[in-house]
Design a protein. Structure first.
Length: 157
């Protein structure tokens, strides 16, 4: 039997029983400290990404902090939050390809330090074009691409 591969939009909608708050594992505690971690639902990450208006930016770490606060956890899971942001970005492009104009502005979600996420659709080049179209300047630092003075454009969540 051949199973149909899920679309990005379907992956974004599949909450797999999430969100849930758990005690951090010993391994996680070594890096993040003791306490609890919220494993968000993909849609929660997408909703926060959708709130970023043109000209503003957010980081994955800010999204994690907002999710932790929402669920009363010590931290937001760094692994799943990043994966779900990637799924949200791909779902947005999938919708754009179908003619949708109101999509999640994933290019406004940066990695720590203002770095562009090279794994988002179209890679660095596509995101640079979108960000520069919104008035941001992107600089190359070695192999990384960073939004210049990104801190001035960060949105509080």
């Amino acid at each position: 039997m051949v199973t149909k591969k899920k679309s990005w939009v379907e992956k974004l909608s599949d909450n797999k029983g999430l969100p849930k708050v758990e005690e951090m594992t010993e391994r996680m505690s070594m890096r993040w400290g003791a306490g609890t971690v919220v494993i968000p639902a993909p849609k929660e990450v997408d909703e926060l990404m959708k709130q970023v208006p043109k000209g503003r930016l957010i980081t994955i770490n800010s999204i994690r902090e907002a999710l932790a606060k929402k669920h009363g956890a010590t931290i937001g899971c760094p692994f799943t939050t990043g994966i779900f942001a990637w799924i949200a970005a791909n779902a947005a492009e999938e919708l754009r390809e179908k003619g949708e104009t109101e999509i999640t502005p994933y290019w406004r979600t940066l990695k720590a330090g203002g770095k562009i996420n090279e794994k988002y659709p179209g890679g660095v080049e596509a995101q640079m074009k979108l960000l520069e179209g919104e008035g941001h300047r992107v600089l190359r630092r070695g192999r990384e691409f960073i939004v210049d003075q990104y801190e001035k454009s960060l949105m509080a969540v």
